[in-house]
Design a protein around this ligand. Structure first.
Ligand code: ATP
Ligand code: MG
Length: 339
């Protein structure tokens, strides 16, 4: 993969060409100061008069106070963009959305309606950090490490997208060589009966709108089938290892010779055909342990009771408990010898 292939997939490189096929978006250039803030340790969010999060920080802690970010110009541009995009947006940088950080957000979603929602997601995401620190990983023609890349915040109008009909299209020499169900961690029973029809529709969409118009001849793009023959372009990705091959693998995609007749045996349209065919999610390592989730939400009362009991059985807790309970000894714990 070459550096230019990655640059071609940067949002503002392809958006002007395919604006009519994709989701309304606003691009906001990011300053060096803001990039340093994203790179810094800890999560501090801008304070505002109506924002109670500033109360969490100790007023006497000068270090913490000095880390509260303030980017008035950027914050104003974000507020205006959110307003102009209907009040709810999906944020990303040049290439990546903070999808690994959605568990940090209220509602476990990337839907943002204020500046702090966006800052929190960007600050918490390893995918965003990857955009900032090693966007050209796997490129054979450049050094690793930060380069003179111009970074941008992309805010996209929020759309309710059903993952059941999202697809990733792999293109070599402007021809489709593979189409994969985008969410390969799920089995969608309605997909099988429509597979051939959807495959034909995507070929048609590709020939009419994409082939020959992108900045390269080898690329990958994601599309959402909103309705019969109605597609929404979501994103372009480089043709190479940085892009998740989903139900394909890069060795096969790279080796496939589209001009050879034996490629007829190649299964171009791939989807999960049964519940046993689902693949693990790449986000498994970016989640709360389920026990923590149950404890914090109170979803499992027995688990909470077990946890409290376990805490009470710790030696120091027992001491604290017994001293605080001197004089009122009618409470007993399971393993406590009878008095
Ligand atoms: N405007 C939007 N509103 C709601 N959901 C969206 C929006 N844009 C994208 N999504 C959802 O988020 C997913 C990821 O978006 P996108 O492809 O832009 O992120 P990415 O970081 O480039 O992902 P990848 O690394 O897999 O290419 C999409 O597949 C889609 O399901
Ligand atoms: Mg992408």
């Amino acid at each position: 993969m070459k550096k230019q292939q990655v640059l071609n997939c940067s949002f503002s490189a392809w958006y002007p060409i395919f604006k009519h096929l994709t989701i309304d978006s606003i691009v906001i250039p990011l300053s060096k100061g803001f990039l340093e803030y994203l790179d810094a340790d800890g999560i501090y969010l801008p304070a505002s008069p109506t924002d109670e999060t500033s109360d969490i920080i100790d007023e006497d802690d000068e270090d913490a106070q000095s880390r509260i970010p303030s980017f008035p110009g950027l914050e104003e541009s974000i507020r205006t963009a959110i307003h102009n995009l209907g009040g709810r947006v999906f944020p990303k940088l040049n290439w990546s959305a903070p999808r690994d950080a959605s568990w940090m957000a209220c509602g476990n979603t990337l839907q943002c309606s204020c500046v702090n929602d966006i800052f929190l997601l960007l600050k918490s995401s390893d995918f965003v950090t990857h955009d900032l620190t090693s966007p050209f990983e796997h490129c054979t023609d450049c050094e690793q490490g930060p380069q003179d890349t111009l970074y941008e915040l992309v805010l996209r109008r929020w759309c309710d997208i059903s993952e059941a009909t999202e697809f990733r299209v792999f293109v070599k020499n402007d021809d489709i060589i593979g189409i994969s169900q985008r969410d390969h961690t799920n089995f969608f029973p309605d997909l099988g009966p429509l597979a051939e029809q959807i495959h034909n529709e995507i070929e048609d969409f590709h020939d009419r709108h994409i082939a020959g118009n992108f900045l390269d001849h080898d690329y990958v793009y994601d599309i959402y089938r909103q309705d019969k023959r109605k597609f929404l372009l979501i994103d372009f990705n480089p043709f190479g290892e940085t892009t998740d091959p989903l139900l394909f693998d890069w060795e096969d995609l790279n080796d496939l010779d589209v001009t050879r007749t034996d490629s007829q045996s190649w299964e171009t349209f791939r989807y999960v055909r049964s519940a046993s065919g689902i693949q693990p999610s790449q986000f498994l390592s970016y989640r709360y342990p389920v026990d923590i989730l149950h404890l914090t939400t109170g979803a499992d009362a027995d688990k909470l009771a077990d946890f409290l009991r376990m805490e009470m059985q710790k030696p120091d807790q027992q001491e604290a408990t017994s001293s605080s309970q001197e004089g009122s000894s009618n409470v007993q714990y399971e393993d406590e010898p009878e008095k």
